[in-house]
Design a protein. Structure first.
Ligand code: HEM
Length: 520
């Protein structure tokens, strides 16, 4: 009897489970069908041109981000969409992309405060950093606390420290590499310069990274590898949530590729803890104000000064501050060495301006050298900076593009890759030609300066905060390196610098050993 009841119970139970499973599946299918109909026919951007599959599902973008040729291919796919569908395309279920250089200043306007894309906010685990802040109003408060530290005047006042760092790098090149046929990866050299420069401004604490053998420090290696995960953490954000909720030792065991990311966070935690401890004990830091010593002493609301938010701001500043600059300098070094006429002209200008190689001109004077200036602009054009699109959202208002009306809340994006390779603006864009910047050149309308189309640092209310620092490093770095040293490329070709994969910045083919040089 008891057995009979148990059997009946089981039948009911299994029946209910089956019923529940069927109901769940039906709901899921129903939701899927509704979503497909909505995205293809009812969405306020359903009438915009673009591939139907991209409009239907975010997995289209994920495929190009993660699978095609090993991933990082979406910018190239966006280009193919524009070639087929015109200057405005729907690149995924929610977002539009524009390829029209004249629209850049409209989208990245200085008098319109647009939101950023929420989907991009969490992928580096720094959602509260100024860089990742979604809402325009909140972004404004955070940015204004940082901006004074990166003004032109402020950077000029610190240019001597950048020169001092570069001098130490130059001494090491002379001592350990000159005449020895010993190749060095120039990206490691530039990473040491730019990481130490930003650490100095942010924490008044250079880490003397150039001192590591072959300039390769665990710190710069760790930060360099963070960007490689940007697509995985975008499409599988739950991985980050898991890692963030595990104890570090376990996260490092379970997800070994994330070890550098965790180590980078540790270093930033240590730096922030120092700033906070100094403040508590009333210790004055080395007589110099730094970004964080000033921030904790500022009028920012208390929740903005929470150690976790400061940590995120630090990770963002250091991450944003060094890799892009180091990569631009790396690509620049390659192209200068790969073009003997450019190299000769640059060296001639530097020699004339600085007869004594030990006396490098102050930054303000370097910026007046026409060929060095042209070279640095061409580097910023061909290296792109970032190549990922930069979406902007007008939460309440309507944007327009030509005859198109863009509904409120729609993310619209453009990017440096499309801007800097536009044949109408920059003929033969794949050729490194500093001469295109000489003599105050104009854009296609003959009125706007050509520099108007150089968008390496973005534009508008979210434009790069560190551009003055980046400029300083590029001018001081190139002037010192090429005035004092004779370099030669070592087993390096264009394949090692040309844009093959997008990891926010443009990365070369996966087998590249980097840009290597020997010092003659
Ligand atoms: C060649 C080097 C650099 C390039 C190409 C570059 C590029 C950019 C771009 C395109 C943006 C805008 C991102 C967006 O609109 O979403 C940006 C933002 C930012 N960059 Fe840079 N950057 C460089 C160097 C630096 C340096 C040296 C720092 C130093 C602190 C820095 C700090 C920042 C910060 C804090 C933001 C966020 C600004 C905001 O959201 O208001 N960058 N950068």
């Amino acid at each position: 009897m008891v057995e009979g009841e148990q059997l009946a119970d089981l039948v009911i139970k299994h029946g209910s489970i089956r019923l529940l499973a069927t109901a769940g599946l039906t709901c899921w299918l129903g939701y899927g069908i509704w979503l497909a109909v909505y995205r293809l026919y009812l969405s306020p951007i359903a009438h915009f041109p673009g591939p139907r599959l991209a409009a239907l599902t975010g997995w289209y973008e994920a495929y190009f981000d993660l699978v095609e040729k090993g991933g990082g291919q979406f910018p190239f796919e966006i280009r193919r969409m524009h070639e087929k569908y015109g200057p405005i395309v729907r690149i995924n279920p929610d977002e539009l992309h524009v390829d029209d250089p004249e629209y850049y200043d409209v989208l990245y306007s200085t008098n319109k405060a647009y939101d950023k894309l929420k989907r991009f906010q969490h992928r580096f685990s720094i959602p509260e950093a100024t860089f990742s802040t979604v809402k325009a109003e909140e972004h404004k408060t955070r940015r204004s606390a940082l901006a004074p530290f990166f003004s032109k005047a402020k950077v000029r006042s610190q240019a001597a420290s950048v020169q001092a760092l570069m001098d130490r790098i130059s001494e090491k090149l002379e001592r350990e590499y000159t005449g020895k046929q010993r190749p060095v990866n120039i990206q490691d050299v530039w990473s040491a310069l730019s990481a130490d420069a930003i650490m100095d401004i942010v924490f008044a604490n250079s880490m003397n990274l150039y001192d590591y053998p072959d300039f390769r420090s665990p710190f710069t290696t760790a930060v360099n590898s963070v960007a490689v995960y940007c697509h995985i953490t975008l499409h599988f954000g739950f991985l980050l949530s898991i890692i963030n909720n595990l104890p570090d030792w376990l996260a490092m065991r379970v997800f070994p590729p994330f070890i550098p990311v965790i180590q980078f966070r540790w270093e930033m935690e240590r730096q922030i803890a120092d700033v906070l401890a100094n403040r508590k004990q009333g210790i004055k830091e080395s007589g110099r104000k730094t970004v964080f010593s000033e921030m904790v002493a500022s009028e920012l609301p208390q929740h903005e000064l929470h150690p976790q938010r400061l940590l995120q701001e630090a990770q963002s500043l250091i991450g944003a501050g060094f890799e892009t600059t180091a990569w631009s300098l790396t690509i620049g070094t390659f192209h200068i060495l790969d073009n003997p006429l450019v190299l000769a002209q640059l060296k001639a200008e530097l020699e004339e301006a600085m007869p004594d190689p030990q006396c490098i001109l102050p930054l303000g004077d370097l910026e007046k050298l026409p060929y060095l200036t042209a070279v640095s602009k061409e580097i910023l054009r061909i290296a792109f900076g970032g190549v990922e699109r930069l979406p902007r959202i007008d939460r309440t208002g309507i944007m327009t593009y030509g005859q198109w009306t863009i509904p409120p809340g729609t993310p619209v994006s453009m990017d440096q890759y499309h801007m800097h390779t536009n044949e109408g603006i920059f003929p033969e864009p794949s050729i490194f030609r500093p001469e295109r910047w000489l003599g105050d050149p104009k854009g296609p309308d003959g009125v706007k300066p050509l520099t108007n189309y150089l968008t390496t640092f973005g534009r508008g209310t979210r434009m790069c905060l560190g551009l003055n620092l980046a400029h300083a490093e590029i001018f001081i770095g190139l002037a010192t390196l090429f005035r004092r040293h004779d370099l030669e490329l070592f087993e390096t070709t264009r394949r090692d610098v040309d844009f093959h994969t997008e990891y926010l910045k443009a990365a070369p083919w996966p087998g590249s050993k980097g840009v290597r040089v020997v010092v003659k």
